[in-house]
Structure formats: structure tokens, C-alpha cells
Design a protein. Structure first.
Lengths: 297, 360
């Protein structure tokens, strides 16, 4: 009985372990490559961290740094050169500004909308809600061009507004919060009305605190999507490097005249990915709560 | 949904709106509260028309079936919320800068006093720092009552507040609510589908069925003198027995093989005769005042035994109360004679309207 149980459990675990390896391998490669020298990367040798021999890096010298500065261990060089070559802190800050602004405005819009769609009775409510569902079906890329033209007409290309404005109304957020609000008992809202709250107070003082798990789930969807977005920033940020978001920044390391250097490139990718991973680990429990709560993936 | 009804609630009374689910009693309560808008008619509080006044400004407090406490706030904050919203002005409610208002301190103090006083009355002082999620059903019920009480409203509206409690606690809370009503001397309007709650607690009860107000009277009067067949059937547990019978030209009412002594005002018609289970008894003798029946099921409640019996004609299943000492040897399937207690039968016509006796 015992042995049988172990075999059964063993099967499950081995399948899960294989799955985990498939998911984690690219991350392993990313971290490993960010630590190794160019030769080790190209010859696929050196294990996780490589030999870490002190050496002089030719691309560095070509860029104009002194030979002394360019002679160091590969991991130091990779991260140092990544930050030297591109203003990564600036990109990270842009990422934070853009994703946070998007998220906050999305919440400001989605909460009252979702409340109205879930709890208020008005003529045409079902129609409005079906329109919200319909909007979920529209792919972003389908309306990218008209959006771009509108922003260009308004003279907003190459500004933060161009990065933020198109995403401020999230139909997904409205839908998600509406589904959550449906589960909040009507009596709670009636009680708040009897206590003297207005409809806006109810949204922010009663519905918002009860909706924290759903809101966190939405936060992760929203922040991850816009932190990692490459397509839209690539369209509306045409020249100004000060407005680059992290994914645009990584593009700077794409092979140029001075050959591809994978080390610094991977170092920059690690830097860009770490904030998300940390955020996920902190919010992990809530995130899973939120997903199971809404049945969304 | 509600059909042309008029309820005059007296100051300080415990009025129960009772009826089967879907009869409109909750709707009526919500209209009084101002949570729902009536399509026609007026709501008056202290002779003032409040049709256009918002729920929060009608100075009423409501207790809900699901308690409806704010789940993210402590018990103390739950109790404070209605007071803060009423007493602080919008500037004082602002976080941080609101504290600079000169009057806020006094107001906060009076709020604290009210909260403490209420929580002592309800014996929830030691729960003040907990969240509603950490409380039992009975405790939540008390907090919900407390949140209604702190405002010292002109009337309490309660929408089936005891339905979510277990049976023992429900019976206990009944007596507590009655005591609370006696000490507060405020008007209570209480909605329930449980006729036992209505009978035990109210000073007057309003029986509503299908949006109609059928009878509004003291519990005793409603029980003894129901205005219609539906009221008689709704109030009382076990249900009243209904026999079909008829009256002859002199007004003598007869059913099965029994005739009543009193004469009906309605002659020559088919009638329904209602007799409550406690007004029937099992007897050994057999005469013109008894009828025989077969016991189908015996329901022993300890203090009483209820016999569900089938009459000879197989017309209907009726329920008879028996005293355990006298009837414990009667088992399922035995034949019994049933006698009625005189002067207790109620007459209803075919439409269910109450008919008076001639001499009454």
C-alpha cells in the first residue's frame, strides 16, 4: 500500500518536474549567459557561471574605454557594460511610470463602471455589458493603426500620454471587477445606503476594500502586460530614447556594427525581468487567490 | 407587486410583517426604508411625507438577514460608520487634513461614547477590535443590531434578522429582541416568514399574502379570529384543519357526521370549517359529536403528541393534538374517535372569507 502510494506520487512529481524544467530552462539560460564571457557562450561551455577568468573585452575597447577599465571578470563586465551602454535605470523608471499610471487610471475607470454594471438597475444595462464583452474580442493590433493616427493628429506621438492613454479603459478590468461585484451581497450596499453613503462612497469605501483580491489579480495582469509590451511602445515612441520602456531598451543590444554581445544583452534582460519576478513572489498568494476566485487564466 | 395597502404603525410598537416568501413584505419594508421607490402612494413618518427623502435621511435603521457588516472594518468601525457619516461634515471626513477641523474632537468623543454605550447594552464590548469574519453568527447578529442602534433612529426595520441563526439561538434571540424593544421603546418593524416569530414577539402583526394585507391585529386576535381562510392556514403550527361541510336552510352547519350547535349566518351553502389541532381531542366514547378516524402518523414532541389521522370518508388528512399521558398507547393504524371542543370552530365560505355565527 505504502509503496504503491509512493509510485503514484512519483509519477505525478516526475511529470510536474519535466514541466517545470521546460518553463525554467530559458530563465536558466538567461541568467547563465548574463554571467559568462562571449567565448563561453558561443562554445556552450562553462556550466552556470563559467570560469570567470579576468580578460580584456574587445567591444569595450572599441567603444572607447581604456584597456584597464575593460579588463575584468565577465559577470562584472556584462552588468557594468549593460548599464554603460544604455540608460537602464531610466528605462526601468519609464516602465514604472507607464505601468503604474495605466493601472491606476484603469482602476479609477473600471471600479465605477463595474459597480454600475453589477449593482445599479438602469435601462440598457445588459446592452452596455454585452458591448463590454464584445470589446474583449477586439485584438489590440487590429485597432493599432487608427489609434496611432489619432494620437499623431493630437500631436501626442513620442510622449508618455501616447504610452498610457490608449490603455486607460480596460474592458477586461471592467469585466473582471463586474463579475466579482456580482458576488457581493446587495444587502451590504443597502446597508451602506442606510448608513448614509452616496454611490461614489460605496464604490471606494465598501466595494474597493472587499475587492482587493480581484484587484490584485487584475493588477498583475495589467502590470505584466504593459511592462512587457513591445508592440505599442515600438509604434508610438519613434525617436526619443528618454521615453523608452524596458523592452525597447533591450532592443538597443540587438547586434549592430560592433557585433552581437550576448553577455551584456542578457544582463540587461535580467535587470528588466527581476522587478516582475520579485513583485510576483511578494503577491503570489494573493495572485493565486485572485485567479481561483475569478476562474480566469 | 403590492396591492393598495395601508398600514398605520403606532409609535413604539413592535409590528411584524409576516407572510409566505414572495408576498411583498420585504418590498414593503424596503419602501419604508427608502431603498425602493413605490410606483404610487405615500410613505409618511411622523406625519411627514418622505417620498422624496433619501434612505439615509429618513432616520431609520435597518438590520439585514445577512447582517451586511463591512467585512474589512473592525466591529468598532462598523458601529462608528453610520455616526461618522451623519455627524462629520465632508471636510472632517477627509483623511489627515480632516483632523484640523476644530469640532472634530468633540464629535469623535460623542461618537465613542455612543459606540461604547451600545456595545455595553449588547454585551459586545470585548469584540470591538475584531473583524466580522472572526465572529460567530450570533455575535454578528448583535453587531448588526448595534450598528442600527447607535444612531438612535425613530424606528428599526428588520428584514428576517434571525433566519441565518441556528434553531436554538433563534429562539434565544427572540426573547432578547423583545427585551430590547421593551427597553428602547422605539418602533420596530420586523419582517419574517416565520409565523412563530410573529406570534411570540410582536405587539401587532400584519399578515400579507400575494401583496395583499389580509389582517392587522394583535397576535392573539389573528390566531383566534383570522379574517380569512388563508390567514387561518398561515398562522398556527401545525396547520389548522379544514373540513368541507355545508349549512342547511336553518343555518345548521354539519360536516362528516357532526353538526355544530351554533348556527351560521349563511344558509344553504357549502362551507369550510376550520378547527385547530388543539381544539380536537381523542376520546373513547362515540356519540353524535364525535367522528372516527385512523391514525396514519404520530408525531411525538414530548410535551404534545400530534396525531395525523385519516377520516373514515378519506376526505382529508387532519391533525389532532393529544396529551401524552392519555394517548401514549395509541399507535399508528389504530382507530380512534375524535371529539371537538365546542365553540372553537371557524367558518369560511367557498372564497375563503370568514363567516360569522348567528349568536356570536
Amino acid at each position: 500500500m505504502q509503496a504503491k502510494q509512493y509510485i503514484g506520487e512519483g509519477w505525478k512529481h516526475s511529470i510536474l518536474i519535466i514541466g517545470a524544467i521546460v518553463v525554467l530552462l530559458p530563465f536558466y539560460m538567461m541568467v547563465s549567459m548574463s554571467l559568462k564571457s562571449q567565448q563561453e557562450i558561443q562554445s556552450i561551455s562553462g556550466g552556470l557561471i563559467g570560469a570567470q577568468e579576468v580578460q580584456t573585452f574587445p567591444v569595450c575597447v572599441k567603444t572607447g574605454y581604456s584597456e584597464e577599465t575593460c579588463t575584468t571578470k565577465p559577470y562584472i563586465y556584462n552588468y557594468w557594460f549593460a548599464f554603460e551602454k544604455a540608460p537602464i535605470p531610466r528605462y526601468l523608471m519609464n516602465g514604472v511610470i507607464v505601468t503604474l499610471s495605466i493601472f491606476i487610471i484603469q482602476v479609477l475607470v473600471a471600479m465605477p463602471c463595474a459597480y454600475a454594471l453589477a449593482k445599479l438597475r438602469f435601462y440598457g444595462r445588459e446592452f452596455v455589458f454585452s458591448m463590454v464583452l464584445f470589446c474583449l474580442l477586439i485584438p489590440v493590433h487590429g485597432i493599432a493603426l487608427p489609434l496611432y493616427i489619432m494620437l499623431a493628429q493630437a500631436g501626442l506621438v513620442d510622449t508618455y500620454s501616447a504610452l498610457i492613454l490608449p490603455w486607460t479603459i480596460s474592458v477586461f478590468g471592467i469585466f473582471l471587477m463586474r463579475q466579482f461585484f456580482m458576488t457581493v451581497p446587495d444587502e451590504l450596499i443597502d446597508a451602506a445606503r442606510m448608513d448614509g453613503m452616496g454611490e461614489y462612497s460605496i464604490v471606494w469605501k465598501v466595494m474597493l476594500p472587499t475587492a482587493i483580491p480581484a484587484l490584485l489579480a487584475f493588477a498583475i495582469f495589467s502590470v505584466v502586460a504593459h511592462w512587457n509590451d513591445y508592440f505599442w511602445p515600438r509604434m508610438v515612441i519613434t525617436g526619443n530614447r528618454d521615453l523608452f520602456t524596458p523592452p525597447l531598451g533591450i532592443r538597443e543590444f540587438r547586434g549592430g556594427i560592433d557585433s552581437d554581445e550576448f553577455g551584456p544583452m542578457m544582463a540587461s534582460i535580467v535587470t528588466v525581468t527581476v522587478p516582475l519576478i520579485v513583485a510576483f513572489i511578494i503577491a503570489q498568494k494573493r495572485f493565486i487567490e485572485g485567479i481561483t476566485l475569478t476562474g480566469m487564466k | 407587486m403590492l396591492k393598495d395597502l395601508n398600514v398605520d404603525i403606532k409609535d413604539g410598537e413592535f409590528l411584524t410583517l409576516v407572510g409566505p416568501s414572495g408576498c411583498g413584505k420585504s418590498t414593503l419594508l424596503r419602501i419604508i426604508a427608502g431603498l425602493e421607490q413605490q410606483t404610487s402612494g405615500d410613505v409618511l413618518i411622523d406625519d411627514k411625507n418622505v417620498n422624496k427623502i433619501r434612505a439615509s435621511e429618513r432616520d431609520l435603521a435597518m438590520v439585514f438577514q445577512s447582517y451586511a457588516l463591512y467585512p474589512h472594518l473592525t466591529v468598532r468601525r462598523n458601529l462608528e460608520t453610520p455616526l461618522r457619516l451623519r455627524d462629520y461634515n465632508s471636510f472632517e471626513r477627509l483623511p489627515l487634513i480632516g483632523n484640523f477641523s476644530p469640532n472634530k474632537k468633540n464629535k469623535t468623543e460623542s461618537i465613542n461614547q455612543l459606540v461604547n454605550k451600545t456595545s455595553e447594552t449588547l454585551k459586545i464590548s470585548e469584540l470591538l477590535d475584531r473583524k466580522p469574519g472572526q465572529l460567530s453568527g450570533g455575535q454578528r447578529q448583535r453587531v448588526a443590531l448595534g450598528r442600527a442602534m447607535v444612531r438612535e433612529p425613530v424606528a428599526f426595520l428588520m428584514d428576517e434578522p434571525l433566519s441565518n441563526l441556528d434553531a436554538a439561538l433563534r429562539v434565544h434571540m427572540r426573547s432578547e429582541l423583545s427585551e430590547l424593544h421593551n427597553s428602547l421603546k422605539t418602533t420596530f418593524v420586523y419582517v419574517t416568514h416565520d409565523q412563530a416569530e410573529a406570534l411570540t414577539m410582536s405587539s401587532r402583526m400584519a399578515v400579507m399574502i400575494d401583496g395583499n394585507l389580509l389582517q392587522l391585529d394583535t397576535p392573539q386576535e389573528v390566531y383566534d379570529n383570522p379574517s380569512s381562510l388563508s390567514v387561518a392556514q398561515f398562522v398556527g403550527s401545525p396547520k389548522i384543519n379544514i373540513f368541507s361541510g355545508s349549512s342547511d336552510s336553518s343555518g345548521t352547519v354539519s360536516f362528516l357526521n357532526v353538526s355544530l350547535k351554533r348556527k351560521s349566518l349563511e344558509t344553504n351553502s357549502k362551507l369550510n370549517i376550520g378547527i385547530r389541532p388543539e381544539h380536537l381531542e381523542i376520546t373513547n366514547q362515540s356519540d353524535e359529536n364525535t367522528f372516527s378516524a385512523t391514525v396514519a402518523y404520530r408525531e411525538n414532541l414530548g410535551s404534545d403528541i400530534f396525531f395525523h389521522v385519516n377520516t373514515e370518508e378519506g376526505m382529508s388528512r387532519i391533525i389532532v393534538r393529544g396529551i401524552p399521558q392519555l394517548t401514549h398507547q395509541i399507535s399508528n393504524g389504530s382507530k380512534v374517535n375524535i371529539k371537538r371542543v365546542s365553540d372553537k370552530a371557524l367558518l369560511f365560505n367557498q372564497e375563503g372569507k370568514r363567516i360569522k355565527f348567528n349568536n356570536a
